[in-house]
Design a protein around this ligand. Structure first.
Ligand code: SF4
Length: 500
């Protein structure tokens, strides 16, 4: 059996980093880890080919070669997945779809022959056997959440790492918190399941053997969901990294209570973590309580961010507007908070009522759901009726982005961050680092519209903050991505008003 694994194209969102990738000559931010993990669960005698459509086009020859196409993605990929499924079907190719999107979108059986709902570890052997016999069922649904001790090593032979900005590994699934808008806990549960240190080190070995050097994204939605376990892992990772000459730096996502645990922060520093994404959401305490984000309440959010930054971790953070308790001045308060806490990369989005979440269920009961969400938090088409006037909400949202990514304000925020930032990890520069520097100078310093702000920033970075010059250039390039998205969003027509 020839199995064609297909990953859809990222739409233009924060996490795609599409406008930053060309600076370093990369085609995608991260490889499709889900499909790389599913591949070894398929029978050994099957031939496997992976097409990541962010790297290259899916060709008719690929489709002719295949006996079955296996697709995976997230809700945000839905449109492209449906398009690819239609193309496969038009050629009579059998299709299977799985991944988080299969848990969120009920109508997938209309587009695919077989839908895999839940985690693949328990399902792939049965599905593969049924496919071989020609008796495969329309839907395969996992009856439980599998232990990650059963998760195989991702099959890296299916990709060429050099097209990606970072490699990816997964340590845990699930999160112990209970945020109302979150679909992670609905899909992966509230009891974090983890891999053993031995499994993680085997993945690092594999990346090292494939000659990967540089950034590794630990894709967990909350890396510190089980602090006791993660404290067992981190010394092993630090030791591995030291023994191998520190080839990797890590970044991940974590809950804000990371700030309360200085032992954990020291361990992350020691293991060469350089960036962490935090779901801060809002400085408005009433909105945090409404969102059941209790771990962010009863604390100084600015102090928490500063403490994490003081361990050499750059904080990137998610923010949301659109909560019922958001006051009229929420937009100013978000801008003030982002500025004061010197978070360079702030991913500000509109609240989404994602399918299957507690928020969705509440709003449905209240008769406030308008349509299904596309999973893109920059989508100006609200999928629920907010308490605030919707037009005011969308305009206020755009005003946040305009203010925080206005070039002067952005560079100023990065410089204030660099003032306090003491990087603990210095990687030998690679060809793509030099390429990014050269392209940044050309595109932002010579051809860019904000040339004078760029050069003011560049000169300060090269003189006062030489110790963090590489971080400064990375942030200049990442800033370009966020500024481009902001420009696109702010010039898009406002959607038709919905009644409030
Ligand atoms: S902390 Fe993050 S992953 Fe955990 S429930 Fe809240 S939003 Fe979801």
């Amino acid at each position: 059996m020839n199995a064609l694994l297909i990953y859809p194209e990222w739409p233009d969102t924060y996490w795609s980093f599409k406008h930053a990738l060309p600076f370093e000559g990369k085609r995608s931010a991260y490889p499709p880890l889900g499909l790389l993990t599913v591949a070894p669960l398929l029978p050994r005698h099957w031939k496997k080919r992976l097409v990541d459509t962010n790297i290259r086009q899916l060709t008719d020859a690929d489709l002719r070669w295949a006996d079955v196409a296996l697709l995976s993605g997230m809700l945000v990929h839905k449109q492209d997945l449906i398009r690819i499924l239609a193309r496969c079907r038009a050629r009579g190719l059998r299709t299977v779809i799985g991944g988080p999107v299969a848990s969120s979108v009920e109508e997938l059986p209309r587009y695919a022959d077989h839908v895999v709902i839940g985690e693949a570890e328990d399902l792939m052997a049965e599905l593969a056997a049924d496919l071989e016999r020609g008796t495969a069922k329309p839907v395969y649904k996992a009856s439980q959440l599998p232990g990650l001790d059963r998760t195989p090593l991702p099959d890296l032979s299916l990709i060429n790492p050099r097209y990606y900005s970072a490699m990816a590994i997964q340590y845990s699934r699930g999160c112990p918190f209970n945020c109302e808008f979150c679909d992670i806990i609905e899909i992966y549960g509230r009891r974090p399941r983890t891999k053993s240190p031995t499994q993680v080190l085997a993945e690092l070995d594999q990346l090292y053997d494939r000659r990967w050097r540089g950034s590794v994204f630990i894709v967990d939605d909350n890396f510190i969901g089980n602090k006791r376990k993660v404290k067992e892992l981190l010394p092993a990772v630090a030791d591995w990294n030291r023994r191998h000459g520190r080839p990797f730096n890590f970044f991940t996502e974590a809950s804000l209570n990371l700030a309360d645990d200085t032992e954990l922060l020291s361990m992350m520093k020691d293991a060469c973590f350089t960036r962490v994404f935090l779901g801060i959401e809002t400085p408005v305490e009433a909105s945090l309580k409404e969102a059941q984000k209790m771990q962010n309440t009863r604390r100084s959010l600015v102090e928490s961010v500063r403490r994490i930054q003081s361990y050499g971790l750059e904080v990137m953070a998610g923010f949301i507007v659109g909560f019922d308790n958001d006051p009229e001045d929420v937009f100013d308060r978000q801008v003030e908070f982002i500025t004061e806490s010197t978070i360079p990369l702030a991913m500000v989005g509109l609240l989404l009522a994602l399918p299957g979440t507690q928020l969705y269920r509440r709003l449905l009961k209240e008769g406030r759901i308008i349509h299904e969400s596309r999973g893109d938090n920059m989508d100006l088409h609200l999928n629920f009726i907010p308490r605030m006037n919707p037009q005011r909400l969308v305009e206020g949202y755009r005003s946040i982005l305009q203010r925080i990514y206005q070039p002067e304000a952005y560079y100023e925020r990065v410089l204030r961050f660099l003032e306090r930032y003491k990087p603990h990890y210095h990687r030998r520069r690679s060809a793509s680092d030099y390429l990014a520097l050269a392209r940044s100078i050309l595109r932002q310093g010579v051809l860019g519209e904000a040339r004078s702000s760029y050069w003011k920033f560049f000169i300060q970075a090269a003189t006062r903050y030489r110790h963090a010059f590489d971080t400064a250039i990375t942030l200049a390039v990442m800033g370009h991505h966020f500024q481009t998205l902001t420009r696109m969003l702010c010039s898009a027509p406002l959607p038709e008003p919905v009644s409030s």
